[in-house]
Design a protein around this ligand. Structure first.
Ligand SMILES: O=S(=O)(O)c1ccc(O)c(O)c1
Ligand SMILES: [Ca+2]
Ligand SMILES: [Fe+2]
Length: 338
């Protein structure tokens, strides 16, 4: 196998949305993301800490779906390595020369990865004005940066092995007692809990985009703002404290149903001898450290994904069903004798 591209981090996501004005209200007015560029067909957004052109691109289309996830790679040569790596895997590969792809992004390559997820690898991207201390412009949820993707796939061991082949570390897992009974895995290149999370289920689907804030009070304030405006139906799960990652979170659904997690306070994973922390699927604290139930839609709903020609991808079913384990964090808790 040829050398894998040197991925630095999860860098941007391109989604299609059916109503750009409604999406602008959610992602700009409510989440507080900054508009780097907009026209009648698209919005290019970034968080206050982000120095590159965008981390979220919203493009108008008749169906809401994932256009592609994008990883930034360390050098321009890593774009060539990505092209070679996925060509050797006999996956769909398309070179996207500078100026012909996403605004602000240079030479790139787009692939459909072995999990059926459309992914772009790029290095060159335009810079944006430093807004880190422009507190006068920090609004709503005060999103700082894109933190991670969460994708649904029916074969977590295979997905885990694929991301390991790309040099990703594994910070945490949720496992059953059986061989290969792997429900979820959190994988990273940047030294935090994850750039991508693998969630068992029918797929390929995009489960959610994790957007980071600096502090938990911003997660609480996000929920308060949606409540104050009578838009609480956009709040799907939380606020709460995750078991896995230890992050404080709230999950929202945007006007098209794309799931967005506002997420803060996970931890450092950058030492070379970092060891994976393994949760048992029967531990009630794994999904919510306080044992709060996880609403069914969080397990059962997700965004469809497109291929390189924009067609929606077929879905394969999985063989595990974490939602069926309805104890504590996944349903009506069975109160254990203390
Ligand atoms: O619900 S989990 O604690 O498994 C969890 C941990 C980290 C995440 O980013 C997430 O979306 C979900
Ligand atoms: Ca709700
Ligand atoms: Fe997440």
């Amino acid at each position: 196998m040829s050398t894998a591209p040197d991925v630095i981090r999860s860098a941007y996501v391109q989604l299609t949305v059916t109503d750009l004005a409604a999406s602008r209200w959610f992602w700009v007015d409510m989440l507080g993301m900054h508009v780097q560029y907009e026209d009648e067909d698209a919005l290019y957004l970034r968080g206050s800490d982000e120095l590159t052109h965008h981390s979220v691109v919203l493009r108008t289309a008749s169906v809401a779906a994932l256009d592609h996830l994008a990883y930034r790679v360390r050098t321009p040569e890593d774009v060539d390595r990505a092209e070679k790596f996925f060509t050797e895997l006999d996956r769909p590969v398309r070179r996207v020369p500078a100026g012909s792809g996403t605004r602000g992004v240079g030479d790139a390559v787009r692939v459909v990865d072995p999990l059926g997820i459309p992914v772009e690898f790029f290095h060159d991207i335009a810079r944006g004005e430093r807004l880190i201390q422009r507190y006068d412009l920090h609004r709503g949820a005060q999103i700082a940066r894109l933190d991670h993707y969460n994708i649904c796939t029916p074969d977590i061991p295979a997905a885990y092995e694929y991301y390991q082949s790309l040099g990703f570390g594994c910070s945490e897992t949720i496992e059953g007692d059986g061989e290969r009974e792997l429900y979820a895995a959190w994988m990273f290149r940047k030294p935090t809990v994850h750039d991508v999370a693998l969630t068992h289920g029918p797929g390929p689907y995009l489960h959610h985009i994790g957007m980071a804030t600096h502090e938990s009070h911003q997660v609480l304030r996000t929920a308060d703002i949606f409540g104050a405006l009578g838009k609480e139906h956009h709040i799907e799960r939380g606020p709460g404290r995750h078991g896995v990652s230890n992050a404080f979170y709230v999950y929202l659904r945007d006007p098209d149903g794309h799931r967005v997690e506002v997420y803060t306070s996970d931890y450092f994973t950058g030492d070379p001898d970092y060891e994976t922390y393994r949760w048992n699927v029967h531990d009630d604290r794994r999904r919510d450290f306080w044992g709060n139930a996880v609403i069914e839609s969080w397990y059962k709903e997700a965004s469809p994904v497109r291929d390189l020609d924009g067609h929606l991808q077929p879905i394969a079913e999985g063989d595990l069903d974490e939602f069926s384990i309805k104890v504590g964090a996944d349903g009506l808790g069975i109160v254990k004798p203390s």
